[in-house]
Design a protein around this ligand. Structure first.
Ligand SMILES: C[S@@+](CC[C@H](N)C(=O)[O-])C[C@H]1O[C@@H](n2cnc3c(N)ncnc32)[C@H](O)[C@@H]1O
Length: 260
């Protein structure tokens, strides 16, 4: 069974475990207050602080499953359970491993720039491969360093692509470049699962401080992302939400030869 300690995706503890601090501090203060006979309002505030810490922990580890491989948000992605996909901005492998486990006949290439800091400590292909071994999928994935704005693959070379919380981290001008690259390396009708950070109820509950953790992301505008996908040559098959996430399943539009 997967616990929050089974994999090591390298996300900062200030995101994954910060809620332990209010949980323990609040509980400690409430117990001390009861013992020393503090005012009830102060004891209640300490207890609420502790309960919020507990809620934050549950959101991160049960609702988001942040330390576990991604659960596929849609059954419509790579339903045929065959072929090769590329994880664009794969980081420590949470999305690629999730897809490989859900689609056991597929294989994957994971690419990431592996430089700069994007919330993952010691973000390297080796960390991704360690997680792939833990997930039992290491035989079906290779990890390499590459820039998603210039993918080192020929046109039409993949059946699928996945990208989670990566393309939305790019500078605004770079986003269409990366989406065009994903479209270029996909075969016609190739499938694309795109996930971006969504500041939903769960994010606001667990990270209410602005500019902290997932709350640091600019709010997502679904209309803009729909247009970006469309302009990059994708037809949207499904749009939806999962905790902290807005996602799209899209298909690369085949070239209309009759238009030439
Ligand atoms: C927040 S992390 C998400 C990683 C992973 N997809 C996940 O869901 O855990 C963003 C990732 O995008 C990668 N990244 C940023 N710019 C990139 C670029 N130009 N090309 C490839 N990867 C890039 C970062 O190195 C980082 O691993």
């Amino acid at each position: 069974m997967t616990s929050p300690f089974t994999y090591d995706f390298g996300y900062q503890w200030t995101v994954t475990w910060i809620h332990v601090i209010p949980l323990l501090l609040g509980a400690g203060a409430a117990i001390l207050g009861l013992w020393l006979g503090w005012r009830r309002s102060i004891i209640a505030m300490a207890a609420i602080f502790s309960l919020w810490g507990l809620a934050g922990l549950l959101v991160l580890h049960v609702v988001f499953g942040i330390n576990a491989p991604m659960t596929l948000p849609s059954e419509q992605f790579m339903t045929a359970n065959q072929g090769r996909f590329v994880d664009v901005g794969a980081g420590s492998g949470r999305a690629a491993i999730g897809v490989l486990r859900a689609r056991p006949n597929t294989t994957a290439t994971a690419i990431d720039i592996y430089s700069g800091f994007w919330g993952i400590e010691e973000n390297t292909p080796e960390r991704l491969m360690r997680n792939a071994r833990i997930g039992g999928v290491a035989e079906r994935i290779e990890a390499q360093t590459a820039d998603m704005r210039k993918l080192p693959f020929p046109d039409s070379s993949y059946d699928g692509a996945v990208s989670t919380y990566a393309i939305d981290h790019l500078r605004r001008d770079d986003i269409p470049i990366a989406l065009n690259e994903v479209a270029r390396v996909l075969k016609p009708n190739g499938e694309f699962l795109l996930g971006i950070v969504n500041q939903d109820f769960w994010v606001r509950l667990s990270m209410p401080i602005p500019h902290f953790g997932l709350a640091a992301h600019r709010p997502a505008d679904p209309n803009r992302w729909r247009a970006l996908l469309n302009d990059s040559g994708f037809d949207i098959v499904e749009e939806g939400t999962s905790p902290a996430t807005l996602y799209w399943v899209a298909r690369k539009r085949p070239v209309d030869v009759s238009a030439n």
